[in-house]
Structure formats: C-alpha cells, structure tokens
Design a protein around this ligand. Sequence first.
Ligand code: UDP
Length: 329
Amino acid sequence: MNVLVVGGAGYIGSHCVRQALAAGHAVAVLDNLSYGHAESVPAGVPLFSADMGDQAAVRAALRSHRTDLVIDFAALTNVGESVQQPERYHDNNVVRTVGLLQAMLAEGVKKLVFSSTCATYGIPEKMPMTEDLPQKPINPYGVTKLVTEHRLTELAGTHGLSFAAFRYFNAAGASSDGAIGEDHAPETHLIPLAIAAALGRRPPLKVFGTDYPTPDGTCLRDYVHVDDLSRAHLDVIPLLNQPGQAFFYNLGTGTPYSVKDVIASVGRVLGRPVPHQFAERREGDPPALYADASKVRRELGWIPRYDTLDSIVLTACNWHLARPKGFAT
Ligand code: UDP
C-alpha cells in the first residue's frame, strides 16, 4: 500500500517507517520536524516537511504519494508539559489532527492508524488494563488523545473512515541495528535517563517516589519495544478494508516492571551501576499502568519479540553508546 507516515521522523514513527518498508509498503513521511529528525528518514523515502494542520500541504502530499492509508504519530506527548501548556497541546493534538483528518477526507483517504495512549484511562480502576475500562484522563495530554478518539469514531459513522487507535504503554528501546533510537530534547523518560546516569553523562537518576503501593514502592510500568509497537500498526491494516470500522487496542506486553527493576536491568546490561537517589513523587504519576494485551494478541496475532526488560534495555544501551549525542553525533 501507499502509506503516508505523519510524524514519521519522530521516535516511534521512524521505527514504523523502517518496518513498513520491510513489509513491502511504499512509504512517505510528513513531519514538521519540530521534534523529529530528518536524519532518521531512510534515503529514498520522500519527506514532506510540513505541519499536519497545513491543509494545502497535507493534501498535496497525500495526492503526490497516491496515499491509501495514513499512520499518524504526530503529537506532543509530554504529560508534565501538557499540564503547563494545555492550550498548546489542544492546538497541536486536537485542532491540527482534525486538520489532517479533513485533508484526508477531502482527498478520499479513509484509512487511518492512530497513536493514542493509556493516559486516556487516567487512574485505572483495575489492573491489568483492558480496553473497556472507563476513560477518565487526569492530564491535558490524555484529554487531547481521548477527544481525538471520539472524533475518529464520529467520522467512522458519518464518513466511512476506518481506523485503529493504539493506546500505547511505555515505548522503549531502539532499532536492533543501532541506526535509530530515542533522541528527545529535553529527555524525561526513565530508560534513557538511567543509561545516561550510568554512563556518567548526566547526574544521578532521581527515583520519583518510593512509597507507592507496589511491591518495591516504586511505580510499575509496561515497557514495550518500539519495533514491536510499530509492527502492530502494520498488522492491523488488513482489518481496515471495510469502511466505517473502528478498532481500539491496548499496546503493551502486559508485564509490569518497577523503576527499581529498570535500574537493575540497566546496571546488568551495561555492567556498571546506575547512580541514583530517591526523590519525591512526580505529580500525575499513577502507581501502576500495565496492559491486558489479550485483545491485540488475539485479534492481530501480535506477539512481542522483545519479551524481557533486559532485551529492550540492551537495544537502548547500544543506541546511546553508539550515538552519545543522538542524531547530532
Ligand atoms: N521516572 C523516575 N525518574 C525519572 C523519570 C521517570 O523515577 O527521571 C519514573 C516515573 O515516575 C514513572 C516511570 O519512571 O514511574 C516511567 O516514567 P517515564 O517518564 O519514562 O514514562 P511515563 O510512564 O511517565 O509515560
């Protein structure tokens, strides 16, 4: 298929681009490069440097690539920042995404794979998390994704849009060949910060909260390898052949790991300890978030190939060792 990956120069998008190429799709990328890295787009893949809210530019890209399907990763994704700048999050994640959808429908493109988040659930009522839990987000980031999920559902009914929305847990790791990986500025995520602390590139890691109601007192999360995550976006494509279909999947491995587990894993993989200190809880962090992944496994046959934390952390370590300054190296 002719696939336009919106946000395809970003962390998850760039991994999905490679997987889509390997699966035989004709791929183009549209990215405003505000956070994405043009260097991550493989040679030969057309890069439309434009904002998804720019209708004229998006329509031109859709036409020029003769697009059958859009995979949309373009979003602001930092929970803490969304609390500080809710209007910016609403503008980018809702208003501009609606612009993208309008451009798609105007060009007759009615298939979409959309990046959503487990943050749409807020503080879940039960664990592991199934797709039918009430969605009550507790931060503007989660709200923007939930609002967009609702808009997609409306468009499935009114315009025959077929879509799948994946509610991500914690994307982690890097491509196995070490060519691309996580390069955020500023970096706020646990695994890259733990690696940087172990390598002496950053101060000791702060462990946000040690008094949570979890087995070791630190937060539990579901770390899923970015290549496994990306692959699900391609696995779902055959389901979008019928018009007006809506699919929602939690996308995590289903195995929870604590912050202390991550520190131990990075220490094992690098063969040196992660200097760390215990700190206050970070505002807005639920104690535990992990998926019941049975729906995505059953319906898409999706099985994570990276099924241990160490195997995920190893790919991240290889990337950070090879590229100390990320794509700027
Ligand atoms: N965390 C931490 N120290 C850090 C960054 C994160 O203890 O410097 C914890 C955070 O409180 C959460 C887990 O690590 O429990 C994963 O955080 P991350 O920001 O990587 O992802 P999130 O779960 O917030 O999407």
